[in-house]
Ligand binder design. Structure first.
Ligand code: GTP
Ligand code: MN
Ligand code: MN
Ligand code: MN
Ligand code: MN
Ligand code: MN
Length: 209
């Protein structure tokens, strides 16, 4: 894949330090001392036209982090903590995730990456929810424990491209992204058939006029 340079814990790393790793392989003893994190894309497919013009495609939840970077809800897995337990815990802390309605399970796994240089494993999950539940989550997220300190706001991603070929999704992609969350977003949009690979490539090539 085309993994761009990324930033972890304020350290810039090159795409060549990162590779895809299977979920099962991450439990190998050689990774026991690695830092592990898990993040999740919560989304809802929708066909509404925005301004009667732009195909909204899906509501996708990301957040403005305390460090000014855009990322997904989720975080560090504690020592000895089960991966999905850690993801669910972080979702409760960061967006007040309702575990009685939804739980992240291994079946929601999308992709994992390992950064050998930083001894870091990044797990990624995605869960589709009905739009009504998505909207409830957005509202509830304002009373999350970490809202206002770790989390400065939640955002819906503009997934359409406007008439000038840049505003909308291409402009959104010029934000600073935590870790490899930009790649996680792009890969999940393709995997969940929200956008085609060609549409993603076009958005990546678009330039502001
Ligand atoms: P604390 O509770 O303050 O320790 O933070 P946290 O546990 O919520 O951890 P955080 O979400 O910041 O994730 C830890 C590291 O993972 C960050 O330093 C980033 O390098 C990276 N990171 C943060 N958000 C994302 C994301 O959406 N995707 C990926 N791949 N990495 C991320
Ligand atoms: Mn976090
Ligand atoms: Mn957190
Ligand atoms: Mn944490
Ligand atoms: Mn925290
Ligand atoms: Mn903390």
């Amino acid at each position: 894949g085309h993994l761009a340079d990324t930033e972890h814990f304020g350290r810039k790393t090159s795409s060549s330090d990162v590779r895809v790793i299977s979920y099962n392989e991450t439990t190998h003893p050689k990774y026991v001392n690695y830092t592990k994190a898990g993040h999740c894309m919560i989304y809802s497919k929708q066909n509404e036209k925005m301004f009667g013009l732009y195909d909204t495609r899906a509501a996708v939840l990301m957040q403005m982090r305390f460090d000014g970077y855009i990322g997904f809800p989720g975080g560090l897995i504690d020592d000895g903590e089960n991966t999905v337990s850690g993801v669910n815990r972080e979702l409760v802390e960061e967006i007040n995730f309702d575990l009685e309605k939804f739980t992240i399970k291994e079946e929601h796994h999308v992709i994992s990456h390992v950064n050998e240089k930083l001894k870091l494993i990044l797990h990624f999950f995605a869960i589709e929810v009905p739009l009504q539940d998505f909207e409830e989550m957005e509202k509830k997220s304002l009373s999350a424990h970490d809202y206002g300190n770790e989390v400065m706001g939640i955002v819906r991603i503009p997934l359409y491209t406007m008439g000038d070929g840049f505003r909308g999704f291409p402009a959104f992609l010029t934000n600073a992204f935590a870790g490899n969350s930009r790649e996680q977003l792009l890969q999940s949009l393709i995997q969940r058939q929200i956008m085609t690979k060609e549409e993603i490539e076009r958005a990546l090539e678009a330039k502001a006029i």
